[in-house]
Design a protein around this ligand. Structure first.
Ligand code: ARG
Length: 282
């Protein structure tokens, strides 16, 4: 009986080919600290970071996805976290406007990529850190955006994103500084299903999430600490970092296929798989 059920579940998991944007950590270092994970006294092995990043890129290509690469620029060590550069839905790219001066210039590099690629680029007037704080669920309620605020992205940017993208945007209050971007605490497993760590959200936001997603895969504090929520899923294959073993078991139990990659060096900057990957939705 149990067996039949799990077969049913996995048969429903249909991967969809995705297009991603990544930026190699050639200039990566922890030269400043703008989140609780960053410690400028901990050395970073840039060569190892590059190897791990390359492995992640190969993993995504190996799953059949298209990966575009953005050239890293000098003095922008956080450019490797490409998810923060914009948020793109249906060919429209809502640009980022970074909170901290150290990252401000990254926005222009992303913009140049979208302009060159024929995307409809919309410049932001409000502070927002792209897919770090925006998630898109194409099949939930006809296409819905989830948006985090509290540490980086301003609620005014949620309103702007709704105006630019023409999709309902649900604002979620992040309250734990270790989970300063939405993508450290919540991820889309497929077009309608989310997984999240409730403790990262305000009581009200937890209630909103329960109401919208009664079938969500709930993660615990240990999963979140291991950056297990900072995952990239194609609807079947869930790419997450190798420290997040508990989270891997959870997504597997929910009928997805966990794919583990090592990203220890990128964790020192306060990010993991999802932070390194922006999804481009044509
Ligand atoms: N050091 C970067 C920062 O603090 C990490 C960004 C992580 N990116 C993400 N999408 N969560 O801004």
């Amino acid at each position: 009986m149990q067996r039949t059920y799990s077969l049913c579940v996995s048969q429903q998991r249909m991967p969809r080919n995705r297009t991603y944007l990544m930026c190699p950590p050639e200039r990566y270092e922890v030269a400043y600290a703008i989140n609780p994970w960053m410690d400028t006294t901990t050395p970073v092995d840039t060569e190892l970071a590059l190897k791990q990043w390359e492995r992640l890129r190969e993993t995504l290509s190996g799953l059949g996805h298209t990966v575009h690469v953005l050239a890293p620029e000098p003095h922008l060590p956080d450019m490797v976290y490409a998810a923060n550069g914009a948020f793109t839905v249906d060919g429209v790219s809502y640009g980022a406007r970074f909170k901290y001066a150290q990252r401000t210039a990254e926005a222009a590099a992303h913009r140049a990529f979208y302009d060159a690629g024929g995307w409809e680029f919309r410049a932001p007037t409000q502070t927002n850190e792209g897919e770090g704080d925006f998630a898109y669920l194409p099949a939930a309620y006809g296409g819905m955006v989830l948006a985090g605020y509290g540490f980086r992205t301003e609620p005014a940017a949620h309103v702007e994103a709704q105006d630019v993208l023409g999709r309902p945007v649900v604002s979620l209050h992040l309250v734990d500084p270790r989970f300063y971007h939405l993508d450290t605490a919540l991820a889309a497993l497929d077009d309608r299903t989310v997984t999240y760590y409730p403790g990262a959200f305000s009581t009200a936001a937890q209630r909103v999430l329960r109401q919208l997603f009664p079938d969500a895969v709930l993660a615990g504090e240990a999963d979140a600490y291991a950056f297990g929520l900072n995952l990239v899923s194609d609807g079947r294959n869930v790419v997450l970092n190798s420290e997040a073993t508990g989270m891997a078991r959870k997504v597997e139990a929910a009928g997805y296929t966990p794919v583990l990659v090592e990203l220890s060096e990128l964790k020192k900057g306060g990010g993991s798989v999802k932070c390194c990957v922006a999804e481009l939705r044509p």
